[in-house]
Design a protein around this ligand. Structure first.
Ligand SMILES: NC(=O)c1ccc[n+]([C@@H]2O[C@H](COP(=O)([O-])OP(=O)(O)OC[C@H]3O[C@@H](n4cnc5c(N)ncnc54)[C@H](O)[C@@H]3O)[C@@H](O)[C@H]2O)c1
Length: 428
């Protein structure tokens, strides 16, 4: 069996390798020439995917990368894993899906299955994507070709999360489309979960991500409330999670990050308006979570003030630029917001992140491009008036940090496992 996977990023590349491992021949397609050449050389651009795992499948002849979309003519199924960001007005931008749909449509043959994996609002697959596929190909979905939606459940940085063993929700445009999609995914994934439509599958992914966003907002709000009462939220969560039923722990932080949780719920908000519906939980969670960096900055200011220093003129180090521990993905990271807020208040800001040696050029934070991670040694760390732990990478030595820094603002409870001096650590 030969398939194409379009979009070789955090989702598409591991999925491609999983299909290849299962004996399916995968043509990985991307418009990014640099990624395609890296894969052809057997190099990886994602920290948790080893070059050896790419070379292994390439050398078996089961994985190749290309920019030539005409290769779609050779395959039985096409899986789409392209980005679904928000535009500058915080509305869904499904242009990547539509562009990909047009590119597929030009080469689409009868009986091919097209499955979308990008997170999006209900109706994208059977309205928007179907329209461009039918228009470009002249074929009809459900009759001439098959159409499905199956959301990705990638958990980057979690070593026990393996693509093959994560149950996979699948919805088809027709029962035949569903049967085709389940048969395809069953080749590489041990637990397919069929649902009645593409829309149910799309809505399932949005429920999962909204659930996280709302629960994170809840603990973020309680963090601030309990802090005012002199109660440590981390101790409270540790105690609450001993309840064997009806409770699931979520942890506070400096704000939401990553490509999913801060963005996906707003896909639903936008679509709900078309039906005259409001998503109050989503809006409120967004409000609470986006207020977190300001809360952290208030604590930093208090911590500096306690030393007789103002934010203006102080040197502040952010530890952890990636949005979650042990990954190199710093998209939408709240660390950037912290850096901007401190910079605006006149502080000299630097960062340390073992996974992000230098900040790449991004659309959202072009002014930090080229900034290098501060070296990890006593002299460098002691030169900062305060250190803010924004992400708790396991490879950072927090005992060294306690020895080297006089003032630490901890948003992740990372310092709880090492000995510290009274007044040295300020939780935020
Ligand atoms: N990263 C995650 O943990 C995660 C988890 C679940 C779902 N998702 C969803 O999966 C989708 C992809 O996310 P990602 O993190 O893999 O993104 P990514 O940015 O890492 O990768 C997307 C890839 O698509 C390529 N691309 C863009 N436009 C293209 C086009 N027209 N044709 C071909 N390739 C194109 C890009 O060059 C890039 O390599 C998003 O909808 C995201 O919300 C991501």
């Amino acid at each position: 069996m030969k398939i194409a996977i379009i979009g070789l990023g955090y989702v598409g590349l591991p999925l491609s390798l999983q299909f290849a491992r299962s004996g399916v021949h995968v043509i990985g397609l991307d418009i990014d020439v640099d990624k395609v050449s890296a894969l052809a050389r057997g190099d990886s651009y994602i920290k948790h995917i080893s070059p050896a795992s790419i070379r292994e499948q390439r050398d078996r002849g089961l994985f190749e990368a290309s920019t030539d979309f005409a290769r779609i003519r050779d395959v039985e199924a096409v899986i789409i894993c392209v980005p679904t960001p928000l535009n500058k007005n915080r509305e869904p931008d499904i242009s990547y899906i539509l562009d990909t749909g047009r590119a597929i449509g030009k080469h689409l043959r009868r009986d091919t299955l097209v499955a979308l994996e990008s997170t999006t609002y209900p109706g994208t697959t059977d309205e928007d994507l179907r329209a461009v596929l039918e228009q470009e190909s002249g074929l009809v979905a459900g009759r001439d070709f098959h159409l499905a939606f199956s959301p990705e459940r990638e958990d980057p940085g979690n070593p026990s999360s393996v693509v093959a063993s994560i149950p996979k929700v699948i919805g088809g445009f027709t029962p035949q489309c569903l049967a085709r999609a389940v048969a395809l995914y069953a080749k590489a994934i041990s637990n397919p979960v069929p649902v009645s439509s593409c829309r149910v599958a799309e809505a399932t992914k949005l429920l999962e991500n909204t659930f996280r966003s709302v629960n994170i907002a809840l603990v973020n709000e309680l963090k601030v409330v309990y802090q005012a009462m002199g109660i440590d939220i981390w101790e409270v969560i540790a105690a609450a999670k001993t309840k064997p039923f009806g409770f699931m722990p979520f942890y506070p932080g400096p704000g939401l990050g990553g490509h999913c949780i801060p963005i996906d719920p707003f896909y639903l908000t936008w679509k709900a308006r078309e039906y005259g519906q409001h998503t109050r939980f989503i809006e409120l969670a967004g409000e609470v979570n986006t207020a977190m960096p300001e809360h952290v900055i208030r604590v930093v200011t208090d911590a500096l003030n306690d030393l007789g220093k103002s934010c203006k003129g102080s040197r502040v180090l952010i530890v952890g630029l990636a949005y979650k521990p042990n990954v190199d993905d710093e998209r939408e990271s709240p660390s950037y917001v912290l850096m901007d807020l401190l910079h605006r208040r006149g502080a000299t800001v630097a960062y340390h992140d073992p996974y992000v040696p230098v900040i790449k050029l991004t659309r959202e934070h072009p002014h930090w491009a080229g900034t290098k991670s501060t070296a990890w040694n006593r002299e460098a760390i002691a030169s900062f008036d305060a250190v803010v732990i924004a992400t708790n990478h396991a490879s950072v030595d927090y005992a060294q940090l306690a020895a080297w820094s006089g003032r630490i603002v901890d948003t992740r409870n990372a310092m709880s496992v090492v000995a510290t001096r009274p007044g040295q650590v300020w939780k935020a």
